[in-house]
Design a protein around this ligand. Structure first.
Ligand code: FES
Length: 132
């Protein structure tokens, strides 16, 4: 399986710079997902965090099928079993670990990952280190 580029998210308009604070780890709801919106209109950028079983991931909130946000209910990105990410628009299901669509109209495509890191219990955009 080809790894998605860690910089692919930068092609979306309105991406906040590396080092942008998202939230504290404890602010992620118990269900394990939380969405964020930056900017507005053509510069609007949405992403979401998924924190399950001690592992943190982040994706652009943009379904590869029709490019809608995945969540209809704020901060809810998981299926009922909490085993896969769900696009509420047409029901596509994505693996949590790599965002690959395993069911639905965009099967085989993938969500775009966003690199994030944790420092002192706070989550930031970017891979960390000297340059964020
Ligand atoms: S927009 Fe996500 S499944 Fe159609």
């Amino acid at each position: 399986m080809a790894e998605a580029s860690v910089t692919a998210y930068l092609r979306f308009p309105g991406v906040p710079p590396a080092g942008t604070r998202l939230c504290a780890l404890h602010e992620i709801p118990a269900a394990g997902t939380k969405g964020f919106v930056f900017g507005e209109d053509v510069q609007r950028f949405e992403l979401f965090l998924v924190y399950r079983e001690g592992r943190l991931g982040a994706f652009v909130n943009d379904c590869p099928h029709a490019h809608t946000p995945l969540d209809v209910i704020q901060d809810q990105f998981l299926n009922l079993e909490k085993s896969l990410l769900l696009c509420a628009t047409h029901g596509a299901l994505f693996r949590i670990d790599d965002g690959r669509c395993v069911y639905g109209p965009c099967k085989g495509k993938a969500l775009t990952p966003v690199p994030v890191h944790i420092k002192d219990g706070v989550i930031f955009i970017g891979q960390g280190g000297m340059n964020g």
